[in-house]
Design a binder for this molecule. Structure first.
Ligand SMILES: Cc1cc2nc3c(=O)[nH]c(=O)nc-3n(C[C@H](O)[C@H](O)[C@H](O)COP(=O)(O)O)c2cc1C
Length: 178
């Protein structure tokens, strides 16, 4: 049964890459600021490698999350599917970051704007319509995370299902009290 839960987790993540409406497409990524405080934000799941257990997001390399990850590569990733009452909590660390012009130029025009603001993310601006873009200097970056631990929790009757899987343990897993 543990194996089935682990495989289900991977299947759901793969599905979120293919299906834009899958609840796992958007997840909360938590990193650590230099003073040790947690910092969470929503991001889009872009890729998931089931064998390597790596996961990719896109971002602007000037964003605070980037600086935080360079300073401390540890991250927590929270996925929740309200239809299935399924939560996955992944512990991961930044494996690499790649500023990729080739990926950037393949993005739909509208999406390119997300990585092309003249002001760096978080800068104070005069208003939403005052954002300026520079498409010649893309800041588009792929962030790849190595998953180290996956906690599965499904609320169901009569018994909730909670299990912990770790890379160190070759993902064999163990049940834990819900
Ligand atoms: C629905 C939604 C999806 C988002 N997807 C991303 C994303 O894939 N990558 C990203 O860098 N920011 C994304 N954001 C913006 C982040 O949540 C965050 O506000 C921004 O990246 C700045 O984060 P930071 O200041 O913590 O680095 C998304 C926000 C929302 C509301």
């Amino acid at each position: 049964m543990l194996k089935a839960l682990f495989n289900d987790s991977k299947k759901q993540l793969v599905s979120a890459i293919k299906h834009k409406k899958h609840p796992f497409r958007y997840f909360a990524l938590t990193t650590l600021a230099s003073d040790g405080s947690p910092h969470s934000r929503t991001v889009v799941l872009r890729d998931f490698d089931t064998d390597a257990m790596t996961l990719t997001i896109y971002t602007d390399f000037r964003s605070p999350k980037m600086k935080e990850l360079v300073n401390d590569p540890r991250a927590e990733l929270l996925f929740y599917d309200s239809n299935q009452l399924l939560q996955l909590v992944l512990k991961a660390q930044l494996l690499n970051s790649e500023v990729s012009s080739s990926h950037f130029y393949q993005l739909p025009e509208q999406s390119k704007k997300d990585y092309s603001g003249k002001d760096q993310p978080g800068a104070i601006i005069k208003g939403p319509d005052k954002v300026q873009y520079d498409f010649e200097v893309p800041h588009f970056t792929l962030l790849k995370f190595q998953i180290l631990q996956l906690e599965y929790l499904k609320l169901k009757r009569p018994n909730h299902l909670r299990a912990l899987f770790e890379a160190n343990d070759n993902w064999s897993g163990k049940f834990i009290a819900p």
